[in-house]
Design a protein around this ligand. Structure first.
Ligand SMILES: Nc1ncnc2c1ncn2[C@@H]1O[C@H](COP(=O)(O)OP(=O)(O)OP(=O)(O)O)[C@@H](O)[C@H]1O
Length: 450
């Protein structure tokens, strides 16, 4: 064993293997750190610092480093380049070593938008907690705090798309939604929406961050979300045309009506209660025995297997494939669609498994499977059943109740009394008719393969 390196005063051998970085003190004393936990490396003279992000017993990632030294400075430089490359790329399918070493390293730069008032107002503190992960992965993070509602939309509309590799939102789903609206309002929207986004959960709902982290079997901590961004690559994410008679909105997560939307709205009254406000508002709503009247029509998933990628008409407009013209939607439902009428006890549609971090609403859903999952209870249920259903949302067990229908679709429309609250990715949408159609893989998000 050739020991060209020193670690903590001992001679060691350092090897880059297909399963990770191996440090061996002798034949028996060998330690391998998986490439999955390696973020990068920095050479300084004869010293090589290898930055790692392993996890503790709770699955929370943290920063750690190994420092090794060699008198051979060319070797130190060589290992720096190779480790940085293997930390980002698949080792087995990697380029030959000599090719990696001749590659000119391009600076990785991202824009980080922080909503200082999102959730409990902790987003800035949260970013400070995770920014070392960006540095260790050699990503230059340019930070901007949003100054008012709508600011992220303005920034996304003006953004030079060539400036950043990706844009990270430290805030809730509402902040990411603002960025998406800004990108989609641009003339070059079809290029702009390909700008990869990332999310660190500094809001209240944080549904997208939770859905992504669960898909890749990581635990839901800000550090793990940052890790997912820096170790990840752009992955497709579905987005939805969501429209009423007068406006079109692009959503990526959910539409809540009935019980959930009302609880969300009413909880504002109880803001002084902090995190408890949702529970208090939910209990009050269950006891009120309110039911919601309306009609839901949808295209069954089986009838739509061949299409619903997205189309740009004349290169300018994002055009739905399945939705009927909204003006006629009230009087006729397209052929092959199904309709269910209320009273409803529950209605929540989502394209991700978790529309909110504490609700495992659609266990089957995947953010790029091209489907929307409408979870609906189209009947009156007893107070006890309703309470049980709501309590089982956290674990996803609600889908086992016979009263719960999970409808898989690519397009649907909802008619209901306009005075009733509907929220789309946390934002209010009015109109007595609302139509939604999913566009598979319209956007991109930074993650390990989903
Ligand atoms: N500086 C600011 N002052 C006031 N409002 C802001 C500011 N920056 C952003 N906002 C608004 O805050 C809204 C909500 O933000 P965000 O989504 O980050 O948090 P949240 O609503 O608590 O979380 P979630 O959307 O996950 O439920 C955004 O839609 C945006 O319009």
């Amino acid at each position: 064993m050739s020991k060209q390196w020193e670690h903590a005063g001992c001679s060691v051998s350092l090897k880059l293997l297909d399963n990770g970085i191996q440090i061996a003190w002798d034949e028996e004393d060998v330690e391998v750190t998986s490439w999955r936990d390696v973020l990068g490396a920095t050479a300084k003279e004869s010293e090589l610092t290898i930055d790692l992000s392993p996890y503790n017993k709770h699955g929370q990632r943290f920063l750690e480093n190994i420092v090794v030294c060699s008198q051979d400075k060319a070797l130190v430089k060589r290992y720096e380049a190779l480790i940085c490359y293997y930390a980002r790329h698949d080792f087995i399918n990697a380029l030959p070593e000599e090719e990696i070493l001749t590659k000119i390293e391009v600076e990785r730069k991202c824009l980080v938008l922080i909503n200082p008032v999102g959730g409990t107002g902790n987003a800035l503190k949260m970013f400070k907690q995770v920014k070392g992960i960006f540095k260790a992965a050699r990503i230059n993070a340019i930070v901007k705090l949003t100054e008012h509602a709508g600011h992220a939309t303005e920034l996304a509309m003006e953004l030079d798309l060539k400036l950043y590799e990706f844009v990270v939102c430290v805030g809730g789903d509402g902040l990411l939604s603002e960025v998406v609206q800004g990108l989609m309002k641009r003339k070059d929207w079809s290029d702009a929406i390909q700008l990869p986004l990332g999310i660190i959960p500094g809001g209240s709902g944080n549904g997208l961050a939770k859905s992504m982290i669960k898909h890749v079997k990581e635990e839901f901590y800000p550090e793990n979300c940052a890790y997912l961004i820096v170790k990840g690559s752009p992955q497709p994410i579905d987005m939805m045309t969501t429209r009423n008679e007068t406006e079109t909105f692009i959503s990526f997560l959910s539409l809540a009506w009935a019980f959930i939307a009302d609880v969300d709205l009413d909880s504002e009254t109880y803001r002084f209660l902090g995190g408890l406000r949702f529970t208090v508002s939910a209990v009050a709503k269950v006891l009120s025995r309110k039911r919601w009247y309306g009609t839901v029509s949808y295209l069954p998933a089986d009838n739509a297997s061949s299409v619903s990628q997205y189309q740009h008409k004349d290169g300018t407009v994002l055009t739905p494939n399945f939705l009927p013209p909204i003006q006629k939607a009230k009087d006729s439902v397209p052929k092959g669609w199904k309709t269910i009428k209320g009273p409803f006890s529950f209605f929540w549609a989502t394209s991700a498994a978790y529309p909110s971090s504490d609700c495992y609403l659609a266990p089957q859903a995947h953010i790029n499977d091209g489907y929307i999952y409408i979870v609906v209870v189209p009947e009156n249920v007893s107070l006890l059943t309703q309470a049980k259903l709501l309590l089982s949302l956290e674990t996803g067990k609600h889908v086992e109740y016979p009263q719960v229908q999970v409808i898989k679709t690519r397009a649907y429309q909802l008619h209901r009394d306009d005075s009733e609250y509907v929220s789309v990715d946390g934002e209010r949408l009015s109109g007595s008719t609302i139509q939604v159609e999913i566009h598979r893989g319209l956007g991109r998000i930074m993650s390990l393969p989903l």
